[in-house]
Design a protein around this ligand. Structure first.
Ligand code: GDP
Ligand code: MG
Length: 671
């Protein structure tokens, strides 16, 4: 089966092309929002199937970030039959840099010149034939968001799989470099004949001093070859400039000559609509207040739509289904333990989690709109100044925003931070970003104690997470790591009207992963907890006398100062270390037993006070992240020590914050 890979700059429309080609026929990684892991799908065309792969968005194919390495390795090692290079026509100069690198690698490339609608609107005219001739590769005009040009793109891609690969690029590096490339190439082919990589490309990379290629090809251990490279580099440096700069320069010259001949742009510096919107939204003084306001409105609207309109409906459905199954099992004389497991364990546990689907759906619909419209990029930009003042890298905030969905991709997205210090700090503070799985916990307590003020409570929780993350980031950058913060240039895509399909797809990805987790991890955990809650036989199930009750009773004194020293809360927190949804599932299950038939909300009102409900929510916001997140931290830092450190310090921060809130709140007369 042929493989077609999609490569391009971030925001060029790759995923939109990917979706247009594969439809619903796709396989997304395990986690929502992951861009580094590969997204794969299938395209059926003329009764043949093709594999489509969405590579991470990159501006170049150096070895500067993990994203670049992932994309590059895929192209070199998996050897896709065709690469569709998605190019943003409104930003063609910058996008073509990646194109030149793809061509250098000797890959079969088709350029999808995307965003043609916007290019036309901005009076950018591109001569497709000339562009294609100069690049030496086919170019197809597309408007991916409307599906235009997809048919031609597919046809050309399939066609190119059948023709011979042309390895030569039209880029000229000048005589000096060409000569040394030839020398290295000849030697490479003699010595490393088994190499999977095109030798022209390796030669260029070696002259550029690309360490990664050095190691991959295995040259790092070869003294003689190293000397040879050094000679080549010296000889180029002696007669002109360093090869690295010369090569970079050649690429830019190549791009400039193409642009000059095939692109005409109005050279006015006229203010675009995006510029005008940005004058307000990214204004020095208004930026952060507007961001806060947008977040607040989003949470408020989430409540109104998700809870008030859709919530009742789903909760009612789950309840009726539970009752129906209960009656059914009784009628067929099912054993009592099975009925108990299904009605108390599954429906009070997993069911309690599933009731939050409407809210999750609505919240991520809003987040998707903010993301696709281009506002999220602005949010990172607005926060950049504050981040720098705190000694943090601006991209850290981007990873924090991703963490709102799930900390796993949030932590993975820190890979784009090149500096080790910046990256470690970004990982250390990501768990404070409140993920989707924690949402049901807040919602449940809001329903029990603050039903009138849902939006503001939720907003405060999320804001507190951001504030604690920033404060800890500042502390770490002052104490643990002491070098200078590094800077980056943030790119702001133009504002776009999000497509209904794109937003719905994103929200559905979040909801379906939530449902999948409920059906697997949460189901498994609830089963184990249920067994612990009904054993040993003879004691009242779900009572303090059960094994689960004993565990909870044993740890509960720790939480007394924070106001929730009851055994149920301890068991919930304990369960939450595996997965955060389990907090709700566990509370649902253990309280279901206490007062049969009593709603969870009423049980919570008996076990907590408004003040201890707040301190409990803060604890769940801040304390030890879930097992999947800890696993990701271990993988990304490659350090057990850092992972344990994070597990413990977050617990401590959570406990201290919850205790302070409860104690100070008590002194102020709240209860
Ligand atoms: P990626 O980062 O490369 O995967 O980019 P996406 O596919 O997520 O697209 C970024 C944004 O551009 C989304 O809001 C898309 O709806 C929008 N978009 C994609 N293709 C086009 C196009 O041809 N024209 C316009 N106007 N918008 C597009
Ligand atoms: Mg994408």
């Amino acid at each position: 089966m042929s493989t077609i890979a999609l490569a391009g700059n971030p925001n060029s429309g790759k995923t939109t092309v990917f979706n247009a080609l594969t439809g619903t026929n796709q396989h997304v990684g395990n986690w929502p929002g992951v861009t580094v892991e590969k997204k794969e799908g299938r395209l059926k065309y003329n009764s043949k199937e093709y594999i489509i792969v969405d590579l991470p968005g990159t501006y170049s194919l150096g070895a500067n970030s993990e994203d670049e390495v992932v994309a590059r390795d895929f192209i070199l090692k998996e050897n896709p039959d065709v690469i569709i290079n998605v190019v943003d026509a409104t930003n063609i100069e910058r996008n073509l840099y990646l194109t030149t690198q793809l061509l250098e690698m000797g890959a079969k490339v088709i350029v999808a010149l995307n965003m043609m609608d916007e290019a036309k609107k901005n009076n950018i005219h591109i001569d497709i034939d000339k562009l294609s001739k100069k690049l030496g590769t086919p170019v197809v005009e597309t408007i991916a968001s409307k599906g235009e040009g997809m048919e031609e793109l597919i046809q050309k891609s399939i066609h190119i799989t059948k023709v011979e690969k042309s390895c030569k690029t039209n880029i000229s590096y000048g005589n000096n470099i060409d000569r040394e490339v030839q020398v290295l190439k000849d030697n490479l082919e003699k010595k490393y004949s088994t190499s999977k990589y095109p030798s022209d490309w390796i030669a260029i990379k070696l002259l550029e001093g690309d360490e990664y290629v050095f190691n991959t090809v295995g040259i790092d251990k070869d003294q003689n070859f190293s000397k040879l490279i050094k000679n080549s580099v010296d000889s180029i440096t002696n007669s002109s400039i360093e090869p690295e700069l010369a090569i970079l320069d050649s690429r830019y010259k190549f791009i400039n000559s193409i642009i000059k001949e095939s692109v005409s742009k109005p050279n006015t510096t006229e203010e675009t609509t995006s510029d005008r919107i940005d004058k307000v939204l990214t204004n020095k003084w208004l930026g952060i207040p507007i961001f806060a306001l947008i977040m607040f409105v989003m949470f408020q609207a989430t409540f109104t739509i998700g809870e008030d309109l859709l919530g009742e409906f789903v909760a009612g459905g789950i309840e009726s289904l539970g009752e129906f199954i209960g009656v059914f099992l009784t009628n067929v004389n099912a054993p009592a333990w099975l009925i108990a497991f299904i009605s108390d364990g599954l429906f009070q546990g997993v069911g309690a989690v599933l009731e939050f689907i409407p809210l999750i759906f609505v919240l991520y619909t809003f987040m998707g709109i903010l993301e696709d419209s281009g506002y999220m990029a602005r949010a990172a930009y607005i926060m950049d100044r504050l981040m720098r003042a705190l000694g943090l890298h601006g991209k850290t905030f981007v990873s924090m925003l991703v963490g709102f969905g799930c900390n796993v991709p949030g932590i993975m997205s820190t890979r784009t931070l090149e500096n080790k210090k910046d990256r470690m700090i970004a990982i250390l503070i990501n768990p404070f970003m409140s993920c989707g799985a924690k949402l049901p916990i807040y919602l449940m307590f809001i329903a029990a104690f603050f039903p009138e003020h849902g939006g503001i409570v939720l907003f405060s929780i999320y804001a507190l997470g951001i504030i604690i993350a920033l404060l800890m980031g500042k502390l770490f950058s002052k104490t643990l790591f002491k070098d200078e913060p590094s800077y980056f240039i943030m790119e702001l895509p133009p504002y776009r009207i999000p497509t209904f399909k794109g937003v719905m797809r994103n929200a559905w990805e979040k909801v379906s992963s939530f449902i999948k987790r409920a059906g697997t991890i949460i189901f498994g955990e609830v089963t184990i907890l249920w067994i612990l809650a009904v054993l040993p036989l003879g004691v009242e199930p779900y009572s303090q006398g059960s094994i689960l009750g004993k565990i909870g009773t044993f740890v509960s004194p720790i939480f007394k100062p924070a106001g929730f020293g009851n055994w149920e809360a301890s068991v919930g927190l304990f369960a939450g270390i595996v997965a955060k949804e389990a907090v709700v599932a566990t509370l649902g299950m253990v309280h279901a037993g206490v007062d049969n038939g009593t709603k969870l909300v009423i049980a919570l009102q008996q076990a907590f006070t408004p003040l201890s409900a707040i301190s409990f929510m803060v604890m769940t916001l801040l304390y030890t992240p879930c097992a999947a997140t800890l696993g990701t931290i271990k993988r990304e830092t490659n350090s057990v020590k850092w992972t344990l450190f994070i597990a413990l310090y977050t617990f401590l921060i959570g406990w201290v914050s919850a205790t302070l809130i409860y104690q100070i709140g008590g002194l102020l007369g709240f209860s």
